[in-house]
Design a protein around this ligand. Structure first.
Ligand SMILES: [Cu+2]
Length: 153
């Protein structure tokens, strides 16, 4: 009986904690890059659990000098990256940052980052700030991080 009560208590407590989480972020990772790399990519899955669109208006990290949101677009066989100043997460929808599409551009790492390390990301979603960790993982072959990364400004 006591066990049941404790379990219920835990469930309702975690419900309260999650009630504020309009955006649930999972699978956040950063492909490993050569130590000399000045830019790294970041990927994640964002779930908007509300029935209203939510706008991501800023991303920052204490581990990088600057963070941008980019979308890779292919036109006439040429891929280019377009910075997204703001990104709408559709109501009850899932938005995936993945190689070849939306990605975070992590610019000028402040420390050496190797596989197994994790970095902190801070995402502003409709004025609320979400803080999460992303792990540095082995880059997969089709990752754009393994290609020459051109940055246009
Ligand atoms: Cu980019």
């Amino acid at each position: 009986m006591l066990k049941t009560l404790v379990a219920i208590g835990f469930i309702s407590l975690s419900f309260i904690v999650h009630a504020g989480a309009d955006v649930v972020i999972s699978n956040a990772w950063v492909p490993e890059a050569p130590p000399v790399a000045r830019v790294m990519a970041g990927y994640m899955t964002l779930k908007n659990t509300t029935d209203k669109d939510i706008n991501i208006t800023a991303v920052s990290s204490p581990d990088f000098k600057n963070v941008e949101m980019h979308r890779t677009e292919t036109k006439d066989g040429m891929a280019r990256m377009v910075e997204q100043k703001s990104l709408a997460l559709p109501a009850n929808g899932e938005t995936i940052f993945k190689p070849g599409g939306l990605h975070l551009m992590l610019i000028n790492p402040k420390r050496k980052l190797a596989r197994g390390d994790s970095v902190t990301l801070m995402i502003t979603a409709d004025k609320k700030q979400i803080t999460l960790k992303a792990q540095i993982k082995e880059a997969t072959l089709d990752d754009h991080s393994t290609h020459q990364h051109h940055h246009h400004h």
